[in-house]
Design a protein around this ligand. Sequence first.
Ligand SMILES: [Zn+2]
Ligand SMILES: [Zn+2]
Length: 98
Amino acid sequence: MGHARSMPSAASSRRAGAASAGYGTVGVMTGLVALSCCGRSWVGPDRAHCCGRHGGCGQVFDDAALWDAHRSRGACRNPKELAELGLARTKNGIWIRQ
Ligand SMILES: [Zn+2]
Ligand SMILES: [Zn+2]
C-alpha cells in the first residue's frame, strides 16, 4: 500500500500529445487572420470591406460579388435591404448568402 511511481512514461506522454494535435487547434489558429478598419473588425483576408474612410457603409462581405450586390446606383444598401436581397449577417458581422 502507498507504493507510487512518479517516473514519467514516454508512451503515455506521446499519446497525450497526439490527442491534442488531433483537434487541429494549431491549424485553426493559423487560419484566422484578424483585420480591423474604420471601427470594424473581422476575420479572414478574403472579405470585401466597404470602407467608411471612403464614404462607404463599413460593412464586411464574404466576397466581392456580395459587395457588388450591396451597391445600388453608387450608394450603399442598408442592412434591411441587404436582408431583402437574401443576405444574412453572421455573428461576426460578415454578410453572407443565406
Ligand atoms: Zn475601412
Ligand atoms: Zn457600403
